[in-house]
Design a protein. Structure first.
Length: 461
């Protein structure tokens, strides 16, 4: 894929970029190592001052960077502005909380004495330059949720962003530079995917984080494993959205629409499989389909647009193939399901019923505004259907029965269980998955400690 801005609403290329050559990559790696040797010795107060300035700068830039994101990857501009605002809030959260999250930990005095020592504690120290391989779907948020904790921990960042969002990638480097971070603390590498292995194998790069597809995660994990370097992977998701008889059906159906089509349906944590108890299936399906059909699809730069184009032509084609395969195998199309005849990479909000395990969409992630409906006979059947996927990122459960909540929390194979609401990320809560959705955690104290040298310090008696 060329490094270029291609407007997904029209298919037109507006800007192209040359990839860094070997000398350019080397200069940036050297700058990262030099910056780390300085940044790691700064105080939490100084790091917080810089990150607050970056958040203020982002707030001031919100409308401009939102426009850039929309032109590059097609999200409705209202959602793009919300993404920028969320990033600024997360930066402030880490600026205010990192010192406490990474404070020295002291074991019980009796354990210290039992070890034969007079004092012992655990200190969280930074690792060094961390490579972040990031996707296009949330081109600011995915990066900031890595960068904010990494910089507060004393690490420095190297960003390999998706090739279709180069302007957003360059803006991120500029943002931290304008906020006052020393040269090299956060840098964008305009490189293709084939150059990632060389960067990751460089001894100056100490760890890597990737958000993206399962094949991309496997590739990075394989190289990092060979080099014995720490990785955190957040990969695909096919999250269940379970609706039980005691649920508020009107609210559940309303939120289900948002949970499926936010970001034009291109979100790893979007609800994708809607598993509804037989007693309320028909009522929910009617409300949900009506809501999906009523969505306004159009120019993503328009203030009233709810669903824009998909980000890439390949992504649109892959989604259409999943739907076509399901229909050929007997799925019922309740709305959508047909490619519109217009320039750009559009796909309508679509609801499929009568989905069976022999359809590709049952096992693969539908990365776009396509929902699948399942009828569950009881709670056990709902859990079975929910877990019948290679993914385990998050999950949604709608019920007023606390005993059912306990069962779902116990039995759902996912990194999150959101009850009577849609999955969302927040800096205070850990984020990540199980199974083929990856490993490790982002955000919260768990996330900031992922790229720390957890050091035991012991003093003799």
């Amino acid at each position: 894929m060329p490094i270029a801005t291609v407007n997904p609403a029209t298919g037109e290329t507006s800007r192209t970029y040359d990839a860094l050559d070997d000398d350019g990559i080397e200069r940036r790696l050297a700058a990262a190592e030099a910056a780390f040797q300085c940044h790691r010795t700064t105080s939490f107060a100084e790091r917080a001052r810089l990150l607050h300035r970056a958040a203020d700068t982002l707030d001031a830039d919100q409308r401009d960077i939102a426009h850039t994101m929309t032109v590059e990857m097609g999200k409705p501009v209202v959602q793009a502005r919300a993404e920028a605002a969320k990033c600024a809030r997360a930066m402030r959260w880490y600026a205010d909380h990192a010192a406490g999250l990474l404070a020295d930990e002291e074991p019980a005095e009796t354990d210290v004495k039992d070890s034969g020592g007079s004092r012992a504690y655990v200190r969280y120290r930074p690792l060094g330059p961390v490579l972040a391989v990031m996707p296009w779907n949330f081109p600011l948020w995915q990066v900031i949720r890595f960068a904010a904790p990494a910089l507060m921990a004393g690490n420095v960042g190297l960003l390999k962003h998706a090739s279709n969002v180069p302007q957003t990638a360059l803006y991120l480097e500029e943002l931290f530079h304008r906020a006052g971070y020393p040269q090299g603390c956060f840098q964008t590498l305009l490189i293709g995917s084939k150059a990632v292995e060389g960067v990751l194998r460089d001894p100056r790069v100490r760890a890597a984080t990737l958000t993206g597809s399962e094949p991309a995660g496997r590739a990075v994990a394989a190289v990092a494993g060979d080099e014995v370097k720490k990785t955190v992977l957040e990969l695909g998701g096919s999250d269940p959205y379970v609706v039980m008889p005691s649920a508020d059906l009107d609210r559940a159906a309303e939120i289900a629409v948002t949970a499926r089509v936010q970001n034009n349906g291109q979100s790893c944590i979007a609800a994708k499989r809607f598993i509804v108890h037989a007693d309320v299936f028909d009522a929910f399906a009617e409300r949900f389909t009506e809501g999906m059909r009523a969505l306004k699809v159009g120019d993503p730069l328009a203030e009233d647009t709810q669903v824009g184009p998909l980000a890439t032509e390949q992504g649109r084609d892959d989604l259409a193939e999943l739907v076509d395969d399901a229909v050929e195998a007997g799925a019922t199309v309740l709305c959508g399901g047909e490619l519109p005849d217009r320039p750009g990479w559009w796909y309508p909000p679509t609801v499929l019923a009568d989905v069976t395990p022999d359809m590709r969409v049952h096992h693969e992630e539908a990365f776009g505004p396509v929902a699948t409906l399942y009828r569950a006979t009881d709670l056990d059947d709902a859990v079975r259907i929910a877990n019948d996927t290679p993914f385990g990122l998050s999950s949604n459960v709608w019920t007023r029965d606390e005993s059912e909540v306990d069962r779902f929390v116990r039995d759902l194979e996912a990194g999150g269980v959101f009850v009577n609401g849609m999955t969302a990320s927040h800096p205070a809560f850990p984020f990540g998955g199980v199974k083929r959705s990856g490993y490790g955690r982002e955000l919260s104290g768990h996330g900031i400690r992922e790229f720390c040298n957890i050091t035991t310090v012991w003093h003799g008696a």
